[in-house]
Design a protein around this ligand. Structure first.
Ligand SMILES: N[C@@H](CCC(=O)N[C@@H](CS)C(=O)NCC(=O)O)C(=O)O
Length: 123
């Protein structure tokens, strides 16, 4: 079972690498503001989780340098996800709002749609 898991994970990562999307190019001042805004977000994820790959590809397509934390390999990230988000499920996007409140968003589709709206003006 473990070897099947490993094989499927490796295949997912290989295909992701092979078909990796290109990031959009922005004028440098616009990209600088995107980079600044991206600091409000953290993606908790597993490396070979297909839902996480989907979100990472969307981030790459949009050239969003959002920090990722591996909740499988890193105990600290796992604890942050559990205590903040409430469930050990990935992907999960941590959103730090301007008012200081933090919001945890699960579900790859929702995360992708949310990020597209957040960065739509810079597209
Ligand atoms: N519908 C969810 C599915 C996410 C999901 O099933 N993630 C798996 C990893 S691929 C997970 O976190 N499982 C719980 C665990 O591994 O502890 C989405 O689209 O984000």
């Amino acid at each position: 079972m473990r070897i099947i898991h490993w094989f499927v994970g490796s295949l997912i990562l290989f295909l992701d690498w092979l078909t990796s999307p290109r990031g959009i190019k922005r004028a440098s001042h616009i990209q600088a503001s995107v980079n600044a805004k991206a600091q409000d977000f953290t993606l908790y994820q597993y490396k070979a989780c297909p839902f996480c790959v989907k979100v990472r590809r969307s981030m790459k397509r949009q050239s969003l340098p959002i920090e990722t934390r591996d909740a499988k390999r890193c105990d600290k990230a796992k604890q942050e996800l559990l205590s903040g988000g409430g469930a050990l499920k990935v992907p999960c996007l941590r959103v730090a709002n301007a008012d200081g409140k933090v919001h945890w968003m699960y579900e790859s589709k929702e995360i992708i749609a949310y990020l597209e709206t957040q960065f739509a003006e810079a597209a």
